[in-house]
Design a protein around this ligand. Structure first.
Ligand SMILES: CC(C)(COP(=O)(O)OP(=O)(O)OC[C@H]1O[C@@H](n2cnc3c(N)ncnc32)[C@H](O)[C@@H]1OP(=O)(O)O)[C@@H](O)C(=O)NCCC(=O)NCCS
Length: 145
């Protein structure tokens, strides 16, 4: 495979990201991604990235550094979503995206990174396990209303 280039996300990446998401999940969610991309303008720069191979966007990561919302200190960063085009999976694209994001978040003082993964999502769980993530102290609470 050609070299993987990681760069900051920009609004023009919307279509590529919608396409990757549709190939991963089997359904297109353009409105959902439009809202998410709008929000990513307010996120920490360089915490949301894309991976390009041969000029084509093949993967993305959306993340941020936390403010003090809900009593969470500023040393916390989080990964909101990560996705890699199925045709380009298992070539280290996601690993590079996470590594680059961590480098940038560390520079702004982040020392711990959170992410939420559905426990039935084996691919993501194995990926995060391989990347060094472990179960944290935060407890996921939910109430059906
Ligand atoms: C999980 C995901 C991000 C991994 O992307 P990737 O670029 O293929 O991951 P990498 O190649 O960097 O993998 C790094 C390591 O993680 C582990 N890993 C990654 N995918 C794995 C899988 N499907 N099964 C087992 N281990 C896996 C492996 O140890 C791998 O190293 P190796 O290939 O040398 O064995 C990708 O499979 C994906 O996008 N899944 C869908 C995620 C999703 O639902 N996102 C929301 C909607 S887009």
């Amino acid at each position: 495979m050609e070299e993987i280039i990681i760069r900051a996300i920009k609004s023009g990446d919307l279509d590529a990201i919608v396409g990757i998401d549709a190939r991963v999940l089997g359904k297109a969610r353009p409105e959902y991604w439009e809202t998410k991309m709008d929000l990513s303008q307010t996120r920490s720069p360089m915490a949301s990235l894309v991976a390009e191979v041969g000029g084509k966007v093949v993967g993305f990561i959306l993340g941020d550094a936390s403010g003090w919302e809900y009593g969470i200190p500023e040393t916390i960063g989080y990964i909101d979503t990560i996705g890699v085009d199925p045709e380009y999976q298992r070539h280290g694209v996601a690993r590079l995206l996470v590594r680059e994001m961590i480098t940038h978040l560390r520079k702004v003082g982040v020392r711990t990174i959170y992410t939420y993964v559905n426990w039935r999502d084996g691919d993501l769980l194995r990926f995060f396990d391989q990347t060094g993530f472990v179960r944290g102290d935060m407890v996921n609470l939910e109430l059906k209303v």
